[in-house]
Design a protein around this ligand. Sequence first.
Ligand SMILES: [Fe+2]
Ligand SMILES: [Fe+2]
Length: 251
Amino acid sequence: MRYEDVLADPEVRERYDLIGEIEKITTRMSHNLDHVQSATDKAIRVAEMLVPFSAELNGGNFVRVDNGMLNTIKIAGLLHDVGIYDEENGTARKNDHGKRSHKWVKGYLQDKNVDDGTKESILEAVLNHSEGSDKLVGKIIAFADKMDVRRERVFVTPTAKDDKDRWQYRNILDTDFSVKKGVLIVNYSTDGKLDKSSFAQNNIQKKQVSLTESLANHFGLEYCFLMDGEMWLGAELGLSDKKFDFPLQIR
Ligand SMILES: [Fe+2]
Ligand SMILES: [Fe+2]
């Protein structure tokens, strides 16, 4: 089964349309088709960028990002949030959505032409996308998903403190990645109005740090976070400005 077939499948599209409609009035962060496609794009970019580093780790046995692996990542990326919709009460909700996604995707893949290894990889990544995974595809999906934090995903005026922190996402335009001098660099592009301390206190930001660490460790890389090309969380993570020639050229 190819990614393009899953993307064109009315069953999948209707599911995300439904989630999108419910979330317009109930939640603060969207999990619609736009989000899962954006997360998938980020997953592909990071996979193509990082997987060549596996060669050193495996003593020269090159781990290639082949079409099969890309297809697995794309399908997992596209399907990871189908469980945001909870059939039992007809709502869209985050609690246990990895488990619900896993259940739905397992049923969905049952009569599709997918080999057992690919199926296992997709299901593992979908199940563990919120908390993080031990497997490479799972690590890439969890990282790319959490990095898809930007203006278009945030709805509703803030009220509680957590909302105010989350509201900071309105100031993020996009997130990009690069590798330089053995460091995985995450760069947030903002509109210049982001309250950094509020953003740093947010749970998703903390998860972004832990998932980045997990991914970087897998490839033997250090990691840091930039904001608009300037060091942000770097010193805190033990990196000095001297390691880089600022401003960095982020692709
Ligand atoms: Fe999710
Ligand atoms: Fe997601």
